[in-house]
Design a protein around this ligand. Structure first.
Ligand code: UDP
Length: 361
């Protein structure tokens, strides 16, 4: 990184056509970021192993001469190095994500998230490239202090409960990025995203909103895990992508951690009712015990609310899309996708407890 300062890297690229490497660019968030950067006239390089990313997400970009896709893994250092050398900056999104996937593939989760990020950061440091590392609100764990602010303590469950390996793996990514920043002056930015959702998100790996919407549109039972009283805050992907771009263009963001999210909170049960209502669905809503939805001993977070004061102060970010519209947009986009796709049943037949009809509507 000899002689290159963070501010110089940013300043030199501010008004130019930039070359951005997006790891995991065929994923849900990545594909929206690709679109936004190409729209601005940038050149975009994607490396994606298509494990959870999908070619369909980026199919509409493939004829753009500024778009370059390499199907490969961030665990392949040589492949990654070729891409890092070509770009001016990196947005590192590639990771194993989704609670279901994390529980099914614990080794892959830890190795991809820790070793893959190690590769990305090593090369970023070797070639002096700005690196925005995508992190997650999971990092806060089950802390009960709300809303979560960037410098708050984190609280995890036992190592025997595999869910926490995801939080720990992303926390290690954050530690490593900040260590490179402090020890080698590598320009890094850490973005902790809170339940991003929107068009192209799939429910296959556990994400709740597309699952509920698919269930509602198919007339299947809407499966609410636990008591449904646990809450989340959902942010539309367009807001999240705007926040990422604002951070990438702000020199003062370097070396810092930012929450990105929408503080509007909903219980998961209320979300299920909202989806049912907005989709005008006849689906039943059922409570499924966590042990059956995931595996015995599964621990969920009861609340997860972002404090977004820091990013608001620095770059003026406020989410524009609120929950009602988020639900409507998801219904519209899933309706379109489901009409195009061969009908597939995504809902497992799980033992469940029916709610009294209309009890909470
Ligand atoms: N959830 C649910 N039904 C589903 C999928 C998820 O009730 O079909 C719940 C899940 O237990 C959690 C919340 O919805 O309390 C959000 O889950 P998701 O996996 O989307 O994200 P995360 O747990 O990482 O916030």
């Amino acid at each position: 990184m000899a002689g290159v300062t963070a501010r110089e890297i940013l300043a030199s690229s501010l008004n130019m056509k930039r070359k951005t490497l997006i790891t995991g660019g065929a994923g849900f968030i990545g594909s929206h970021l690709c679109e936004a950067l190409l729209h601005r006239g940038d050149e975009v390089f994607v490396i994606d192993d298509l494990s959870t990313g999908r070619l369909e997400n980026i199919a509409h970009l493939r004829d753009d001469p500024n778009f370059h896709l390499s199907v490969g893994t961030i665990l392949d250092l040589a492949c990654l190095e070729t891409m890092v050398r070509k770009c001016d900056r990196i947005v590192h999104l590639a990771a194993v994500v989704g609670v279901k996937k994390i529980i099914q593939a614990p080794v892959e989760t830890i190795e991809t998230n820790v070793l893959g990020s190690h590769n990305v950061l090593t090369l970023a440091a070797r070639y002096g490239k700005l690196c925005l590392v995508a992190s997650t609100s999971e990092v806060y764990g089950k802390s009960s202090k709300h809303p979560f602010a960037e410098d708050d303590d984190v609280v995890y469950g036992a190592t025997t409960k595999s869910r926490w390996s995801y939080a720990c793996s992303k926390a290690i990514d954050e530690f490593l990025a900040l260590a490179y920043h402090n020890a080698e002056n590598l320009p890094v930015i850490i973005a902790r995203m809170f339940n991003t959702t929107g068009p192209r998100q799939t429910g296959r790996y556990g994400m709740v909103l597309p699952r509920f919407v698919d269930q509602a549109l198919r007339g299947d039972t809407i499966t609410v895990y636990g008591t449904g009283q646990q809450s989340r805050c959902f942010a539309d992907v367009s807001d999240v992508v705007r926040a990422l771009r604002l951070l990438l263009e702000q020199p003062a963001a370097i070396g810092q951690v930012f929450n990105i999210g929408n503080p509007e909170e909903t219980s998961i049960l209320d979300l299920a009712w909202a989806v049912k209502r907005h989709a005008q669905s006849d689906s039943q809503i059922r409570l499924i015990p966590y042990d059956q939805a995931y595996k015995p001993g599964f621990e969920d977070m009861q609340r997860r609310v972002p404090n977004i004061d820091k990013i608001s102060r620095l770059v003026g970010f406020r989410p524009k899309i609120q929950l009602k519209e988020i639900v409507d947009r998801m219904i519209e986009s899933r309706r379109q996708e489901l009409q195009e796709a061969i009908p597939l049943r995504v809902t497992a037949d799980l033992p469940s407890r029916a709610l009294p009809a209309g009890a909470l509507e």
